[in-house]
Ligand binder design. Structure first.
Ligand code: SF4
Ligand code: SF4
Length: 422
């Protein structure tokens, strides 16, 4: 697919601006009505999903020149998909796909953003999106008795992801995951220094070739290992392996599970028993790529019915975020004795992004922190003592923001709280 393939979606845009907000019927509190960080921060229509539709058409018509302003608008967007889901509350049209295609076109036309060069070069050279030596990738697992999937057979492979491997503060999440899986009697292995980036974040930044290269390399390693299930605790990796690899026909029959899905299943089966009290009040942040963007890819091939531009045969099904991973992380939290879960206003399909996605943490860290600050304020308004998430990217951005702006709110991963209770 290319930007041209989404022309009729973009032409459908009626400039209603629903993509800026939580749909009225779902709105709980006017203070938390915005769903798009980009329009909330920059307050000019071009920054919203609808504005980006107009921009896409103008690019196809060659009415827009590549310049600093165009790239500034294109990259001040977290690729969080909230516009797409809000728009689809009333409309049958794609919004995030063309937004992604705009970025792919920029990269293919040679108009890239220098702030992303470092991570993309690191990915091309050594398969990592967080700077760090390839040889250090498996260091987090030192001292753990975990199988090396490149030399030993295991049914389950745990993919830690770049953020976890090169951010020592996150090692405890990976260690806790392996410990819990061992407790449940799961035969789990890792690829250690042979693990490579999923490529998902590169795709969000517009680097499609890089995603495809990573996908082919990763699937070859997984096939060779004989593993049947891939488990990851990173929302970006989850979306890449489950949704993007499937979209491009590269997933085969690999079962992809987020750690919270797998742990919720093991608790239900009685293989993990959280018995120790963890007395705390928490609120859960839905990561975009685990929630609305984590729902399965829908393969569809069809054509407009003659005489109609937006009626297709066979009918086109749209991904509306309904089948994202929302309950498993909540089920894990609810299984922890003594823990009270309270909800924020914007949750599930309509969750506010942590701010780090789409390369914004690299291109505009101030905007990334501003977006996180909004979420931290929303979390504080629930009276919770901690914000809990299920992605190391969200956790890092929340922690960086709290360190800079202050808050008594603690930040946890779901897995950590389960480990405390088990
Ligand atoms: S993208 Fe959808 S919600 Fe946004 S202005 Fe266009 S039609 Fe309305
Ligand atoms: S992807 Fe997210 S940040 Fe970008 S326009 Fe849509 S809602 Fe706004």
């Amino acid at each position: 697919m290319a930007l041209e393939d989404y022309r009729s979606d973009m032409e459908m845009c009626c400039r209603c601006s629903i993509c800026k907000f939580v749909p009225l019927e779902k709105l709980k509190e006017i203070q938390h009505s915005y769903v798009c960080p980009s329009i909330a921060r920059y307050n000019f229509h071009t920054y919203a999903g609808g504005g980006r539709m107009g921009m896409g058409i103008a690019m196809l018509e060659k009415e827009l020149e590549y310049d600093g302003k165009l790239l500034e608008v294109v990259y001040n967007c977290q690729m969080c998909g909230a516009c797409d889901i809000s728009c689809k509350y009333a409309m049958d049209m794609e919004v995030l796909e063309p937004i992604n295609e705009i970025r792919i076109k920029c990269v293919e036309d040679g108009h890239t953003v220098p702030a992303l060069d470092g991570v993309i070069n690191s990915l091309r050279k050594q398969g990592t999106m967080v700077p760090g030596a390839k040889a250090r990738r498996g260091e987090w697992a030192k001292g753990l008795d975990v199988k090396d999937i490149t030399r030993q057979k295991a049914k389950v492979i745990y993919h830690a992801g770049c953020r976890v491997c090169y951010d020592e503060d996150m090692w405890r999440v990976a260690k806790a995951t392996v410990t819990l899986l061992h407790k449940a009697g799961i035969d789990v292995g890792i690829a250690g220094e042979n693990e490579s980036c999923c490529g998902g974040r590169a795709y969000q930044m517009g680097y499609k070739e890089e995603l495809l290269n990573q996908a082919k390399q990763n699937m070859e390693l997984i096939k060779k290992s004989g593993a049947e299930i891939l488990v990851t605790g990173c929302a970006d990796c989850y979306c890449a392996f489950k949704v993007l690899y499937d979209k491009f026909g590269l997933k085969d029959d690999l079962e992809v599970l987020h750690t919270t899905e797998y742990l919720a299943r093991l608790i239900k089966e009685g293989k993990l028993k959280p018995t120790k009290k963890v007395e705390t009040k928490v609120t859960y942040h839905d990561p975009c790529h685990l929630g609305r963007l984590g729902e399965p890819y829908i393969h569809w091939e069809g054509k407009p019915v003659p005489g109609h531009i937006r009626i297709f045969g066979p009918p086109k099904e749209f991904r509306r975020g309904t089948y994202g991973i929302y309950e498993p992380p909540r089920d894990v939290l609810k299984s922890v004795p003594g823990l009270e879960l309270v909800e924020m206003d914007r949750i599930k399909e309509y969750a506010w992004c942590c701010g780090a996605g789409g390369g914004v943490k690299e291109t505009n860290p101030e905007f990334a922190r501003w977006t996180a600050r909004e979420r931290i304020d929303e979390a504080e308004s629930t009276g919770a003592e901690a914000i809990v998430t299920a992605c190391p990217g969200c956790e890092r951005n929340f922690k960086d923001t709290i360190k800079e702006n202050g808050s008594s709110l603690k930040v946890y991963d779901v897995v950590e709280l389960l480990e405390k209770a088990t």
